[in-house]
Design a protein around this ligand. Structure first.
Ligand code: FES
Length: 214
């Protein structure tokens, strides 16, 4: 496959960015989108140019780091993460626009990498307390009732990729925040300060309603 890539390049948070155009050839339909970007970066490096900075970690659809807007859609044309998007979703000769998450809560650090530490602050509000608690206790030292653990686990399926923010016209993190509130509020770790920081009553109510459902 031969493709034209229009990629957002931005040196740092202070410098204005712009789209840059690159051609890539010999792209296999079996490559992942990130492997296609690796190919571009190899060519840029061999030519003495700076490679495109983009975020990734697991490349298995688990960590949520691979945050790209592809042709205007968060994570591109498939319902999956960017690292699990394959080039068979595109056709020979296509032009592909590649941009970072666009939201004021996620300022651009460089090229396609954004700062998602605002998500860390949301998690800290619900999952931790400010008092020193010593070293981490053994996992089995804090019993969690099975229904609470199941409820929390269900909402922990949100991997915090930030696509809900990038796709929302208001740049809202409503899906992420509600997932974390449900996930963390039923667990004991953040309980001592829960009511002053992220208190909500309805997870317990929801669990009771689910338990009572036929
Ligand atoms: S790199 Fe981890 S989900 Fe894509």
């Amino acid at each position: 496959m031969k493709l034209t890539l229009r990629v957002w390049r931005q040196q740092n948070p202070e410098t204005p960015g712009a789209m840059a155009t690159y051609e890539v050839d010999n792209i296999s339909a079996d490559m992942s989108f990130l492997e296609m970007l690796d190919t571009l970066n190899e060519e840029l490096t061999l030519a003495g140019d700076e490679p495109v900075a983009f975020d990734h970690d697991c490349r298995e659809g688990i960590c949520g780091a691979c945050s790209l807007v592809i042709n205007g859609d968060a994570h591109g044309p498939e319902r999956t993460t960017t690292c699990q998007l394959h080039m068979r979703s595109f056709a020979d000769g296509d032009t592909i626009d590649i941009e970072p998450w666009r939201a004021s809560a996620f300022p651009v650090i460089k090229d396609l990498v954004v700062d998602r530490s605002s998500f860390d602050r949301i998690i800290q509000s619900g999952g931790y307390i400010s008092a020193p608690t010593g070293t981490a206790p053994d996992a089995h030292a804090t019993p969690v009732p099975k229904p609470d653990a199941d409820f929390a686990f269900e909402h922990a399926e949100c991997i915090g990729c930030g696509a809900c923010v990038a796709a929302c016209p208001n740049g809202s993190a409503m899906l992420f925040t509600s997932a974390k509130v449900n996930h963390l509020n039923v667990l004991p770790q953040g309980a001592p300060e829960r009511e002053t920081r992220s208190w909500t009553w309805w997870p317990r109510w929801t669990r009771r309603a689910l338990a009572a459902a036929p």
